[in-house]
Ligand binder design. Structure first.
Ligand code: ADP
Ligand code: MG
Length: 351
């Protein structure tokens, strides 16, 4: 979403590739000690610390596949593109330190639109204390493409993998689930209404939390510190980008374990519950398969339960079992339903 407010937009061709890069990147300030050289040479230089390990993760976002510019403001898109990557860094128990940003744009985007995108990237980099140390800029004949790579560090031996969960470990999730997906449903509906009546004024207030979770998600930068404070070291961890069920399956497969997930324990915001009713959707299915929640899912030893049980950020939703027991959702009624990566059909059939 980009409005050409007073028809004063600047064509990218006015600046040229190098002028554009310079224009978009001139305000990035270096904050991290480890950034020796940021933007402006053939490669960034990051100092290596012998006490630490480095994590690297990357994501690719395509217009029309991962975002729809008819309702996503470019500033939010830039912000979210960074968050998606930082969430993966936190899921390794690491601290993000640098990112690179690569974009492919068509001439349909004026310079001002890219300024908006970079305003979002700049805001996220500031809040999460990461340096933007490079990237690439090229033209696209189709839509907008954004690829961000994040670099982070973790003390040697403290990275948390998907593979460490053991039988009887408790399965814990941060925050609540399903809101980002319901936010998308609300925005899609408003888009359809707008097509029919461009003068309609959408009232998004009852869905404010959902829309915020979809358009301006945050990554759980607080959890690593919180767990240290509580003296809990997860045995495995993953971030919830594709929906709870596929992330549970990842942990189970990588850890060679099974799992029982309890439907009545899944944390849902009241807006998710009421909006699911309005859209005639099953809230459990949405939490299982909706995705884009960017919460963390991890396992802890049973003896650590007293340390986390009163914490408002953390909910125990299940426990790990022997691999031969399989991966199941225990419904409110007590029925055992096999969990599949897209929980949708399995649930529908059993009801
Ligand atoms: P090269 O010819 O080595 O690819 P470029 O001219 O593409 O160099 O880039 C010059 C500098 O600007 C490099 O430091 C590069 O990492 C950085 N850069 C290029 N595009 C972007 C971008 N979209 N966002 C941030 N940094 C960028
Ligand atoms: Mg280049």
């Amino acid at each position: 979403m980009f409005e050409n407010k007073d028809n004063s937009n600047t064509s990218i061709s006015n600046l040229g590739e190098f002028g554009l890069i310079d224009h978009l990147t001139k305000n990035f300030k270096i904050k991290q000690k480890s950034t020796v050289k940021g933007i402006g040479d053939d490669a960034a230089v990051i100092s290596a610390d012998s006490e630490k390990e480095i994590v690297v993760t990357t994501d690719l976002l395509l217009e029309g596949v991962h975002f729809d510019l008819s309702y996503v403001p470019l500033k939010h898109l830039g912000y979210k593109a960074v968050i998606v990557n930082l969430s993966d860094v936190y899921a390794m128990n690491a601290e993000p330190t640098q990112i690179t940003v690569s974009i492919a744009v068509s001439n349909r985007f004026p310079v001002e639109a890219l300024e908006e995108l970079y305003a979002g990237i700049t805001a996220a980099a500031k809040i999460y204390n990461v340096d933007v140390v490079g990237g690439d800029t090229t033209s696209s004949t189709t839509g907008l493409i954004i690829s961000i790579t994040a670099i982070g560090t973790v003390n040697k031996g403290e990275a948390i993998y998907r593979s460490g969960a053991k039988e009887n470990d408790l399965l814990v999730v941060t925050g609540d689930l399903g809101a980002a997906y319901m936010g998308l449903q609300v925005l899609e509906r408003e888009k359809e209404v707008y097509k029919v009546n461009p003068n309609s004024q959408p009232d998004l207030e009852p869905y404010s939390y959902l829309v915020e979770r979809q358009l301006k998600p945050e990554a759980r930068k607080d959890i690593s510190g919180l767990l240290k404070e509580l003296d809990v070291k997860p045995t495995s961890m993953i971030d919830i980008s594709d929906g709870l069920s596929s992330e549970i399956i990842h942990i189970c497969k990588n850890s060679k374990a099974g799992c029982n997930l309890f439907e009545d324990k899944i944390p849902l915001d009241p807006q998710v519950i009421s909006t699911c009713e309005e859209f005639n959707l099953d809230s459990t299915t949405i939490a299982l398969s909706g995705g884009e929640d960017y919460e963390l899912l991890f396992t802890i030893k049973t003896e650590d339960y007293p340390k986390i049980k009163a914490n408002p950020h953390l909910t125990v939703i299940g426990h790990m079992t022997d691999q031969r027991e399989g991966i199941h959702l225990i419904s409110r009624g007590g029925t055992k339903i096999p969990l599949i990566a897209r929980g949708w059909n399995a649930l529908k059939e059993d009801e």
